[in-house]
Design a protein around this ligand. Structure first.
Ligand code: RB5
Length: 148
């Protein structure tokens, strides 16, 4: 799978770990930065990952900031992105099965590498169920036309 990966400074260390973990599993990882722990703005990296997902240059996105929240919000501003911040593999599974989430947000300051691995394993392996959930996801997508 081709995966875009981005973080701010607070997510940098976990992003670095995640890049190696995903590459070790044979994924093609596109790292959009940040590339060090200097303070920076998470919207820049959430947007960069979101744009790669929305344009189908990649299959999925992974974003990391301190809480995983702000960078997920930023990614969600890109049309076509469904980014979710998740703290455990159960929510990662639901985000894929019911919401067809295409970006996962990780909390660099709140989860360790074992939790990140389990979230990513489930997020990347779980298929969208479709059916009645497709109708609901379509309604989410339709909301994008309300934007100016
Ligand atoms: C940076 O201090 C922090 O605000 C950021 O990483 C993130 O947690 C925002 O949602």
């Amino acid at each position: 799978m081709r995966i875009a990966l981005g973080s701010d400074h607070a997510g940098f260390l976990l992003k670095e770990y995640v890049r190696g973990y995903l590459a070790g599993q044979g994924h093609d990882v596109v790292d959009v930065g940040t590339y060090n722990e200097e303070s920076c703005d998470y919207p820049d990296f959430g947007a960069a990952v979101g744009r790669l997902v929305a344009s189908s240059d990649v299959d999925k996105g992974v974003v990391v900031c301190g809480s995983g929240l702000g960078i997920s919000i930023a990614a969600n501003k890109v049309a076509g992105v469904r980014a979710v911040q998740v703290m455990d593999p159960e929510m990662a599974e639901m985000a894929r099965r019911h919401n067809d989430a295409n970006v996962v947000g990780l909390a660099g300051r709140y989860i360790g590498i074992a939790r990140a691995e389990s979230i990513l394993d489930v997020f990347l392996a779980t298929e969208f169920e479709g059916g009645r959930h497709q109708r609901r996801v379509d309604k989410i997508t339709a909301l994008e036309s309300e934007r100016q």
